[in-house]
Design a binder for this molecule. Structure first.
Ligand code: AMP
Length: 378
């Protein structure tokens, strides 16, 4: 009898979990409100809300263990399922990941540096929060913010009111703007026994707070890897974590500040599908199942580029050396994540040149290579 994995959320992350799990003999059922979801195209799907008690019951009955691929699923749904069988990562990670204040408090408790902030419970707290932070800031909704939604940049006190309206007048934090050198992320894997392993740091480039591309391993990051692993390990241990955890980081000089956690497989880890011995999707499943963890070692150098809004011509992209395409089965819509491509190879210059060619074909702008014709030093 194959092992049946249930998953809350049926987006592209779920789809890629299923695609990684089939070779291991796993079966999948997704719960997602959208008809024809990305994961539903490749696996069984229950269509309905994440808190529908009947559907949760069905998901529980048809699954030997349950995970989630969307950090906004209600913690209560994960907890309900946990009463029937194993759920990974632990539902507490959802609670922390969904609430910027709890997240900040956890960072502080674990001695993890992050940007200073003030809690904004209502509009009346805005002036005091500004005085406390006293610099250019980000007003971020306390809950359910992702990919820059629910976030507003404030440079002067008179912008606070507008920011408050823009984020929808909901509980928020005002967070000091970090003059970071670059954005990085670390993806860790923790088994039920507490063993941990980490992928190499990834360098991430955003536009309008949406990830555009990632470089892995992050160039010039050998001296930061240990620091990042320590941050991720502390968080995973504190949450008694099982599965893959992503931590988004700001690099300021030689210091790393934690921005936020994602208790799931993460866009900045997509390069691992083609650029690491074991993908983050397989690692997540193996950790959840209590199976031996795979190697997280990189297989050369990788560039991941997101496909946003418009579908590219696959043939044109696949003609470029080292390109692997991953489309999510979604219809075009401005700004929507429709897929990504990974460019992988041993030679940094070759990978860079292929990535630039692919980006040109897609009308995407990549960062300028830091080392002449390569993103990486020799
Ligand atoms: P978040 O939703 O917190 O991941 O923010 C999305 C993006 O906004 C980040 O990846 C950064 O590019 C930017 N950002 C968020 N918070 C800050 C901050 N405190 N200072 C500077 N940039 C930020």
């Amino acid at each position: 009898m194959p092992i049946r994995v249930g998953c809350l959320g049926g987006g592209q992350l779920g789809r890629m979990l299923a695609l990684a799990g089939y070779p291991l003999g796993l079966r999948f059922t997704f719960l997602d409100p959208g008809e024809d979801s990305s994961a539903g195209q490749v696996a069984q799907q229950l269509v309905g809300d994440y808190d529908d008690p009947l559907l949760l019951q069905r998901l529980g009955e048809t699954s030997d263990l349950v995970t989630f691929e969307f950090e906004s699923v209600p913690e209560a749904s994960a907890t309900l399922l946990e009463a029937r069988g194993p759920v990974f990562p632990p539902p507490i990670a959802l609670r922390v990941g969904q609430d910027r204040v709890l997240e900040k408090q956890l960072f502080a408790r674990l001695g993890i540096a992050s940007a200073s902030y003030a809690v904004v419970g209502g509009a009346e707290d805005l002036p005091g929060a500004w005085t406390a932070v006293a610099s250019a800031s980000r007003l971020k909704s306390r809950r359910l913010g992702y990919d820059g939604h629910g976030q507003f940049r404030v440079t002067e006190p008179r912008e606070l009111e507008r920011g408050w309206a823009e984020i929808g007048g909901v509980a928020a934090i005002l967070e000091q703007e970090v003059p970071f050198d670059r954005e990085l992320s670390i993806i860790g894997v923790r088994s039920g026994e507490g063993d941990t392993t980490f992928y190499p740091l990834t360098e991430n480039h955003h536009l309008d707070a949406v990830l555009r591309c990632s470089l892995a391993p992050a160039p010039d990051s050998a001296g930061l890897q240990g620091q990042a692993e320590l941050i991720c390990a502390r968080l995973m241990d504190a949450l008694d974590y099982r599965g893959v955890l992503a931590v988004e980081l700001f690099q300021v000089g030689e210091e790393l500040l934690a921005n936020e956690i994602a208790p799931r497989v993460h866009n900045s880890g997509h390069w691992t599908q083609d650029g690491a011995v074991t993908s983050q999707f397989e690692s997540h499943l193996r950790a959840g199942l209590g199976w031996p963890m795979g190697s997280t070692q990189a297989l050369g150098k990788s560039v991941m580029i997101n496909v946003l809004g418009r579908l590219p011509d696959p043939a044109g992209l696949l003609a470029i050396p080292g390109v692997h395409l991953h489309l999510y089965g979604k219809a075009e819509r401005p700004g929507r994540k429709l897929g990504h491509l990974n460019v992988v190879g041993d030679d940094g210059s070759q990978v860079t040149s292929s990535a630039l060619e692919a980006a040109t074909l897609m009308g995407v702008k990549l960062p300028t290579p830091r080392y002449g014709d390569s993103f990486w030093p020799n």
